[in-house]
Design a protein around this ligand. Structure first.
Ligand code: BGP
Length: 452
């Protein structure tokens, strides 16, 4: 244990960064041979996305990346988590390669290098090529084979530019929410058995991502998953509530983190899903449980848990109506989520290198007034979450970095452009960028390498 106090610096090698994802900021949705993604299709279906907002222009990062990286650099940001758009590279998922797609990312990485920014690249951040969805999407192994080829292609192409790889972003969102609840593209409402199979296929793709980086990533390349694990907070930090929270965490994360860790689906999960268990072929778990170098966690909120009565392992508490939240209705503000998620991942699965790959808050109206956006709510959110990251490190948790979601206001999926998560404001009429107060605050944190 190190003797860190809140005002002492983060460890020297702690990484501060910002995050975004290709479909949410690039725009140029059909430029230079890019294929249609499931989000390009979904957003055009009536009633699916706020105001029918499309990804067509977004922040026009496709044409303005150099300006954006200059702005990032001016804030002192040296690490940027981005994703590659699969449909730019294989417009029909697994057919012909689109050289213009690779060329675009080559220019983008060159610009990042020029501005002294290290890329952390996510292979898949939800923009499945529509042509693959037409063949079953995540319910089908066709997608797994196509992903393996795509991963091989991009890792080979960018091995010289990229050393930090992330396989998948938030498996639950593009499986459960997309094929179970239907709130995210492609908006299907399938049976639990099919949804469980989509999870399994996503885990296989994670494995292929790891394999591709091992085979083609070159010296020094590292790789891991970014998961949005279900997070809980013990109501009191006492042994009984902590044990209850641990038990909750293990059960809720059995099908992703638990399965990867154990090299099979845990018995408790199989007992719970019964006949709806995914079909597993020989060799699947050899891929899924390939060793990784780090685990990324996207942490936004959490569930409060306490010791259960009458022999129950835990009791999860409902949130009262007035519990503080951001404008995103699901985003109840619970900074301790950072501490407990990272601590449990280290304690329960033995992870040695953890990163917060997303953390941030979404609000609707953040107008620019006299050239400023005084988002003190975001500054407060950020500071309180960083304190919990700092506390985790002080308690010996191997947390090695923090990426803020997001660099710039962007296309927030079914919330369209209404919901703003950026530390940089984007005016969607003029595309003018204005750093908010939170950007200035974060710049100071990065510069001093401590909470200010
Ligand atoms: C995460 C996604 C991000 C981002 C963020 C904000 O789940 O990885 O892409 O969108 O959440 O959430 P949302 O857009 O759902 O409000």
């Amino acid at each position: 244990m190190t003797a860190l106090t809140y005002s002492s610096p983060f460890p020297a090698d702690f990484v501060f960064g910002v995050a975004a994802a290709a479909p949410q900021i690039e725009g140029a949705a059909f430029a230079d041979g890019k294929g249609e993604s499931i989000w390009d299709r979904f957003c055009r279906q009536p009633g699916k996305v706020h105001d029918g907002d499309t990804l067509d222009i977004a922040c026009d990062h496709y044409h303005r990346f150099d300006e954006d990286f200059a702005l990032m650099a001016s804030l002192g940001v040296k690490n940027y988590r981005l994703s590659l758009a699969w449909p730019r590279i294989y417009p029909s998922g697994n057919g012909e390669l689109n050289q213009a797609g690779l060329d675009f990312y080559r220019r983008l990485f060159a610009s990042m290098k020029k501005h002294g920014i290290t890329p952390w690249v996510t292979l898949f951040h939800w923009d499945l090529p529509q042509a693959l969805e037409d063949r079953g999407g995540w319910t089908s192994r066709v997608t797994v084979d196509a992903f393996a080829r795509y991963a091989d292609t991009v890792v080979k192409a960018f091995a010289g530019d990229v050393k930090h790889w992330i396989t998948m972003n938030e498996i639950r969102c593009f499986t459960q929410l997309a094929y179970g609840y239907g709130t995210k593209a492609p908006g299907r409402k399938e049976s639990p058995a099919i949804v469980n199979q989509t999870f399994h296929h996503a885990l296989l793709c994670h494995g292929h991502g790891v394999r591709a980086v091992r085979e083609f990533g070159g010296a020094g390349a590292v790789v891991g998953l970014t998961d949005n694990c279900d997070v809980c907070i013990p109501v009191t930090e006492t042994p009984a509530d902590i044990a209850a929270a641990q038990a909750w965490f293990l059960e809720k994360n059995a099908h992703v983190l638990g399965a990867m860790h154990a090299g099979r689906y845990p018995e408790s999960y199989l007992a719970r899903v019964g006949a709806d268990a995914p079909e597993v072929l020989p060799g699947d778990f050899d891929l899924i449980s390939l060793p990784t170098d780090h685990l990324g966690l996207n942490i936004y909120t959490g569930t409060y848990v306490r010791a259960g009565g009458n022999g129950a392992a835990w009791e999860a508490l409902p949130l009262p109506a007035h519990y503080p939240k951001a404008d995103s209705p699901w985003l109840h503000i619970a900074p301790q989520s950072i501490y407990w998620a990272t601590r449990f991942c280290a304690e329960l699965y033995g992870h040695q290198s953890l990163y917060i790959t997303e953390n941030g808050c979404g609000y609707n109206d953040e107008p620019v007034v006299n050239g400023e956006v005084l988002d003190l709510h975001r500054r407060d959110f950020l500071r309180n979450h960083l304190r919990e990251a700092h506390r985790a490190i002080a308690d010996g948790v191997p947390l090695h970095g923090y990426f803020l979601w997001s660099f710039i206001d962007n296309y927030e999926w079914e919330d369209g452009y209404q919901r703003r998560f950026g530390i940089v404001h984007c005016d969607y009429d003029t595309l003018v960028r204005t750093p908010k107060l939170s950007a200035r605050y974060y710049a100071e944190v990065i510069c001093e390498h401590r909470i200010v």
